[in-house]
Design a protein around this ligand. Structure first.
Ligand code: PMP
Length: 351
């Protein structure tokens, strides 16, 4: 029966994208500020005629801009359609051993979806009671390791020493550090690339560069790893970065001042938000990302989530073991955050 041979997958559940534009949207870790005005200008000047043509399969203009920005060679950069594409491609390319790959029990939920999809065995060492990664759990035999730094949805970062310990104990495995949120405060593992050939660092334009809608992600690693990724990519999905993403992505990287200003604004709002949440009776993990992970001392998270939603403020709630009394709140503009505190001031006190 053909029905017996359908690949069965439990898909990833993305955060809600409400049709109503008026809501305060703090549920999918997007950037509340627009991309650099240079992107808007490039959009105006965009040569529509090139839409007839297939994009450059090597994405060379964007790859070169990123290589220059990070001070690496072009053949050490791999670009893809969002870091989701880059990570999925990395799973397919590198995680082909019979040994289980390792990632934390509480982390980006797409990892287990891709592992299931590609039939990669995996184990998920538990974060400790404070939601911290336990490095010794990653010292056992494995088919590869991946974790985000800072982790999501916990928002906590690990130090470079921590990452280096994992690399040292795993010279036979590929270690992927998913740096989707690194620009907001953690220390980048890019600093370790020269020392460890088994390290791949993955980044995205979706958070700190305000370009989730463009779908741009990239990996940096040694030539051998990047070639392996490109070989797999060209074997089944060439031409995936569209013409517009290639042009606008480059403009974003070239405007470093705007990028830093925007990140600084979000970090300042986050630090203020930590205080406000604590004043309101929440416990707040020490976020190094563009979101907070919070729990209230008396009001259940699910109840707050539902009430916020009914009042046009969207945050993220995960109905999963250990984190079902937490909310993940993306850092919005100061005005958006004020509206959130105002609602909570009334709600958590009267609940
Ligand atoms: N990694 C982590 C940890 C994330 O939270 C996200 C965002 N959902 C991604 C990767 C993927 O981001 P994107 O595909 O937009 O680059």
């Amino acid at each position: 029966m053909w029905k017996d041979y359908i690949r069965k997958v439990v898909p990833y559940t993305p955060g809600e994208q409400p049709k109503n534009r008026k809501v305060i949207k703090l549920n999918t870790n997007e950037n509340p500020y627009p991309p650099t005005p240079k992107v808007a200008k490039a959009l105006e000047d965009f040569n529509k005629d090139c839409l007839r043509l297939y994009p450059d399969p090597t994405a060379s203009a964007l790859t070169k801009t990123l290589a220059d920005y990070h001070g690496v060679d072009e053949d050490e950069v791999f670009v893809g359609v969002g870091s989701d594409d880059v990570i999925a491609m990395a799973f397919l390319t590198f995680f082909n051993s019979d040994k289980p790959i390792l990632f934390p029990d509480i982390t980006y939920s797409f990892y287990s979806v891709w592992a299931d999809l590609y039939r990669i065995p995996y184990e998920r060492p538990a974060l400790d009671k404070d939601f911290k990664l336990v490095k010794e759990d990653y010292y056992k035999e494995n088919g590869g390791i991946i974790f985000p730094n800072p982790n999501a949805p916990t928002s906590l970062a690990v130090s470079l020493d921590f990452i280096e310990d994992i690399l040292k104990h795993n010279q036979d495995s590929l270690v992927i550090v998913d740096e989707a949120y690194i620009d907001f405060g953690g220390d980048s593992a890019l600093a370790l690339l020269n020392k460890y050939e088994n390290l791949l660092v993955i980044r995205t334009f979706s958070k700190s560069r305000s370009m989730a809608g463009m779908r741009i992600g990239y990996a940096i690693g040694n030539k051998f790893l990047i070639k392996a990724l490109n070989d797999v990519k060209y074997s089944y999905n060439s031409y995936t970065m569209n013409q517009t993403s290639l042009v606008f992505g480059k403009e974003s990287v070239l405007d470093d001042n705007y990028f830093k200003e925007t990140v600084d604004k979000i970090v300042a709002t986050r630090e203020h938000a930590k205080k406000r949440f604590e004043e309101l009776g929440f416990t707040c993990l020490d976020s190094k990302a563009n979101f907070l992970f919070v729990t209230h001392k008396c009001v259940p998270a699910k109840q707050i989530f539902t009430q916020l939603k009914e009042n046009g403020i969207f945050v993220r709630y995960f109905d999963s073991p250990r984190i079902d009394n937490y909310l993940r709140v993306t850092i919005g503009t100061d005005e958006e955050m004020e509206a959130l505190y105002k609602f909570l001031e009334r709600y958590v006190v009267n609940a």
